[in-house]
Every structure is written in C-alpha cells, then in structure tokens.
Design a protein around this ligand. Structure first.
Ligand SMILES: Cc1ncc(COP(=O)(O)O)c(C=O)c1O
Length: 403
C-alpha cells in the first residue's frame, strides 16, 4: 500500500532530522551526546508573556480566532513594524499564523504555479526548499560563498532570474550563516529587481533582533520602499522572545497576497491559537529587555565559539554578524583519515565522525546546500559550548591529515 502522495517524493529526509534522530538514539543508548543541532533559544519565555496568555485564557479567549489573526495581535504587528522597521501597514495587510513556517507555506501555496522558480540563497533554512518542492515549484539555490560573507551578490541575482522566477527569498540575518546585509547591499539587490517587476520578494526577518557588533537592523522593504507592493515581510516571536513552542509567526504584505494566504490558512487550521496570539501581542507590545539580554548572551557565545574554532587546525569560522549559529568551515578535514581507517570524504562524513567520536551533534552544510561546513547552534550555555569545543578539538586532533 502506498501512503505518501507523489508530490512528497522530491522531499528527501533532511540531514538535520537525521542528525537529531542519531543524537536521540545515541542518548537513549546512554552515550554522552551534546546536541548542538537545535535551532531554538535555550532561554525561558519571559514571565510577563506567560502571564498574558494566562489572563487571555481566563478572560475566555478560548474560541476560534479570526482566520487571519486576532485584531489585538495584528495591531501589535502593525505597531511593531512602524516602531522598529519604519514600515507602515494596515491590519488587513497582516496575517498571523502557526509560526513563521506556516507564513512561508501559506505564501508559497497561495502563489506558486507548477514549475515556478523560487530563488534562495544557499546556505539556506531547509524548509525553503521543501515547501517549494511539495507545491510543485522549482527551488533554485544560489550559492553564496563565505568569501562574500555568505551574501547574495546583485550579479548572481541578475543571472538567476528567468521568466519562470516567482520569488526571491531573503533571510536577514541568515540561518545558518549569520549573513548580514547593509542598506547598500539591499538597495543593490533592489536595483536588480527593479528590472524584473514580476518577481516577488520574501524577506524572512525572524532573526532581526539577534544582531551583533552594534549593528542596526534594516528590513528589505524599508531599504527599498518602492517594493512594498511586492514584498512579503515574514517574522515571528520564536527566536526573539524564546517562544518556539507557542507557534506564532506573522507576515505583512500587499492586501491581495495576504487575502490569498488567509484563504489557504482557513483550510489548514482556521488560524493560530488565540491564547498564544495574546502572548505574542504582549511580547511585541511589552518591555524588550529580555530580547536585549538574550542577544548579549548570544554575542558572548558567538565570540567564544569563534575564538575556540580559531585554535583548531582544519576548521574556520568568520564571526557571524547575527543569528545563533556557527557555520564552521571544514575544508581542511576533507580527505582526513579517522583512527578506524575511515576517510572523511565530505561534510556529512565529518559531522558523522564528530557525532560518533566527540559526541557532538551538528548539522552538515550539505543540509543547507553549501559545503564543506557544519553548523552548530549556540543555544547552549558557555560552559556547555566550551566543553563541546574541547571535545571537537580532541577529535579533530586525532585525525590523520593528507599531507
Ligand atoms: C530562517 C528561519 N525562518 C523561519 C523559521 C521558522 O520559525 P517559526 O518557529 O516561527 O516557525 C526558522 C526556524 O528555525 C528559521 O530558521
């Protein structure tokens, strides 16, 4: 009996899911594994946000919410976009969904025709590709090398656009590389897109607050105001407020696009949890001290990991400008031989070795379509990260390198 529809066939099990499963199995066998594969803050949701959810439930906010989001939450998003991003939207140009993931899915489901192309900047968040494939589109990876700070260049963008291009997806700053774009970078991409009026822009800004070295954030639509009528700005509360489990994300864009996405959402889930929306509104409207404290801590961890990697021969890491990952270059270990006689041919093999030998779960760069790298998350205390780096250093030191 065949259960899975053929539209699921192009979606391969992800390397990150494989790593997380392998780490779980190793832990179940009693092995001492540190899981640095995870993409979620290790902090607790701030108490005033939890209190807002409690109050909303007690007030009876327990019925089906409006499909596109509660008015309170959509207004909180409108206010946030004005206050923090200098973007002006009406409440009917905003949708609230079950995480930014669902915003992305709704957008692709609402707009893609068979074989439409979606451009994405590799290394990219794996879901970008999979949703496009499930929906019959073509995911086009534009490789953004470390030498260019993992950023997309205007020349690459120009060369990639065809008559089938429907979207370009940007992620500011990016998972997994922490790539950051200046105003000039965003305007240079805008200058290319000016020549291609049928291409839509999706700007995933979920890591906007996790920016380092005193950088200030700029939304794509704020750097390119004339693109507001074809940009979907995506964001959410998961990363900034340590609210991954609450599943609230949002999108702001042209009214007809938001209406089409609402039609999709209506069929999938009738909207996002009303209680979680009350919590998310409190997160956006309330004090922002926790966001600043989380970012400070992520920056200290970034510094620690960069320092430690610099001391490991064979690994490289330029300081990421944002987000909470280290995408570590491991070109120096390709072809190295383990004590067991295995030759490490690629970053998947290197990640497997680090899991087996050092007990550290990381995700290979191949999962993000850029090799040879592996990603560790810095969503762990400095003590744990130091310990993890000790173990990685010891395992790398045991390898026999090609001369
Ligand atoms: C770049 C990026 N976009 C979107 C998401 C999804 O976030 P959410 O928890 O809001 O669904 C993630 C989660 O890892 C991410 O890394």
């Amino acid at each position: 009996m065949k259960f899975a529809a053929s539209r699921l066939e192009p979606v391969k099990p992800s390397a990150s899911a494989w790593v997380s499963q392998a780490a779980k199995e190793a832990k179940a066998r009693g092995e001492d594994v540190i899981d640095l594969g995870l993409g979620e803050p290790d902090f607790d949701t701030p108490p005033h946000i939890i209190a807002a959810a409690h109050q909303a439930a007690l007030r009876g906010q327990t019925r089906y919410p409006p499909t596109n989001g509660t008015l309170e939450m959509r207004q909180a998003v409108v206010d946030k976009l004005v206050r923090e991003n200098s973007l002006s939207y009406a409440v009917n140009e905003v949708i609230v969904s079950n995480g930014a993931k669902q915003v992305l899915f709704n957008a692709m489901m609402a707009t893609l025709e068979q074989d439409d192309e979606v451009l994405m900047c590799a290394p990219y968040f794996g879901q970008y590709k999979d949703i496009v494939l499930i929906l019959g589109g073509q995911a086009v990876a534009l490789k953004c090398p470390a030498e260019n700070g993992f950023r997309l260049s205007p020349e690459q963008l120009e060369a990639a656009i065809t008559s089938k291009t429907r979207w370009i997806m940007l992620n500011l700053p990016s998972n997994p590389a922490g790539a950051v774009y200046t105003d000039d970078d965003l305007q240079a991409l805008g200058a290319v897109l000016e020549r291609h009026p049928d291409v839509l822009i999706l700007s995933d800004e979920i890591y906007e607050h996790i920016l380092f070295d005193g950088r200030t954030f700029r939304s794509f639509a704020a750097a390119n105001p004339s693109f507001k009528d074809r940009t979907l700005t995506v964001n959410g509360v998961s990363k900034a407020y340590a609210m991954t489990g609450w599943r609230i994300g949002y999108g702001a864009g042209p009214k007809p696009l938001i209406a089409a996405m609402t039609k999709v959402q209506s069929q999938i889930c009738s909207g996002a949890c009303a209680i979680a929306q009350a919590a998310a509104a409190a997160a956006l409207n309330g004090p922002q001290d926790a966001v600043r404290a989380f970012t400070k801590e992520f920056e200290a961890r970034r510094d620690l990991v960069v320092d430690r990697v610099a001391q490991i021969d064979g690994l490289t890491l330029d300081p990421p400008g944002g987000a909470f990952y280290g995408l570590i270059g491991c070109a120096g270990l390709i072809g190295a031989e383990t004590e067991a006689g295995e030759t490490l041919e690629d970053d998947a093999a290197i990640t497997g070795y680090i899991l087996r030998d050092a007990g550290i779960a990381a995700v290979p760069g191949s999962a993000y379509e850029l090799s040879p790298f592996f990603r560790i998350s810095t969503a762990a205390s400095t003590g744990v990260l130091n310990h993890a780096m000790d173990r990685i250093a010891a395992s790398v030191a045991k390898l026999k390198r090609k001369t």
